[in-house]
Design a protein around this ligand. Structure first.
Ligand SMILES: NC(=O)c1ccc[n+]([C@@H]2O[C@H](COP(=O)([O-])OP(=O)(O)OC[C@H]3O[C@@H](n4cnc5c(N)ncnc54)[C@H](O)[C@@H]3O)[C@@H](O)[C@H]2O)c1
Length: 267
């Protein structure tokens, strides 16, 4: 898909991977809509995108609220007439064993990482279909959506759901010429380890201490490198954007265990 003159919307676009996606799309001539909680961060990315010669707007959006995604979609379509690329990317991480996860941890992490994506689909897909133009949706999951690392259970749960949702969405939207990609990185140099900054007061744990972030295997990539891979996946209409080749062995081991579970029963 040619991006010049088209419109891209990115949730979580004020920082990290979302910011890199915005600047990548703007660099290719797309007008961009940045949706985030972080208003100063959005203003700065709007300025950077405008510096690349495109139109850019920031819309304060909490992805945990369907009404805010609906308002975002209305604003994006009213301003630019159509949306060709939607990246449901906003996300947060919480660490610690599942035996000590609090109800607030579940509500917060699933609220942003899973419901945020669902809300994006509910708000944008009917409008994209009605518009009838080719479009593409990128959902940010993680390698944590394909491999379940210890100490990341709440996050893993949200990201496995995003992978399943995206795999189905790709099939369901094919007749409408809307492609779907699911982004599954290992480490990326962003502010994800400082996710607590985004936790609403009502969902803060009574005891403030939080577990140490899990160390991921492999390299920590620059967000720009990830954005390049996303752009290539949009052009090629590829479902899986697996950014780290370090993922191959753990993925292979997981599927081998499943294969063994089937083959062992045959004996
Ligand atoms: N950084 C990594 O190593 C890594 C690896 C795999 C997947 N991811 C995923 O990448 C995505 C982007 O995260 P990042 O690494 O760039 O982190 P980041 O913290 O730099 O950026 C996340 C952005 O999401 C926004 N956000 C948080 N809660 C929100 C809400 N309720 N509504 C709207 N915006 C909200 C934040 O303000 C921030 O701008 C997330 O879905 C994350 O799970 C990150």
């Amino acid at each position: 898909m040619e991006l010049k003159g088209r419109t891209a919307v990115v949730t979580g676009g004020a920082s990290g991977i979302g910011r890199a996606l915005i600047l990548r799309f703007a660099g290719d001539g797309a007008n961009v809509v940045i949706a985030d909680l972080d208003e100063p961060g959005m203003a700065s990315v709007v300025g950077e995108a405008e510096g690349l010669g495109v139109k850019a707007i920031g819309v304060r959006t909490d992805v945990t609220e369907l009404s805010q995604l609906q308002a975002l979609a209305a604003r994006a379509f009213d301003t630019f007439g159509a949306v060709h690329v939607l990246c449901n990317n906003a996300g947060v991480a919480a660490w610690g064993g599942l035996e000590s996860a609090t109800h607030r941890d579940w509500q917060w992490v699933l609220g942003v990482n899973l419901w945020g994506v669902i809300h994006g689909i509910e708000a944008f897909v009917p409008r994209m279909i009605a518009r009838g133009e080719p479009a593409h949706i990128v959902n940010t999951a993680s390698m944590a959506g394909l491999i379940a690392s210890k100490g990341l259970g709440v996050y893993n749960t949200s990201k496995y759901a995003v992978v399943g949702l995206s795999e189905t969405l790709a099939k369901d939207l094919r007749p409408y010429r809307i492609g779907v990609s699911v982004l599954c990185p290992l480490g990326v140099q962003t502010r994800i380890r400082d996710s607590e900054r985004n936790r609403p007061t009502a969902l803060r744990n009574e005891r403030a201490e939080s577990a140490t972030p899990v160390e991921l295997i492999g390299r920590s990539l620059a967000p720009q490198a990830v954005a390049d891979m996303v752009l290539a996946a949009i052009h090629a209409n590829e479902l899986y954007v697996i950014t780290h080749e370090e993922s191959l062995e753990p993925l292979r081991r997981r599927f081998e265990r499943m294969e063994r579970a089937i083959l062992d029963r045959r004996r």
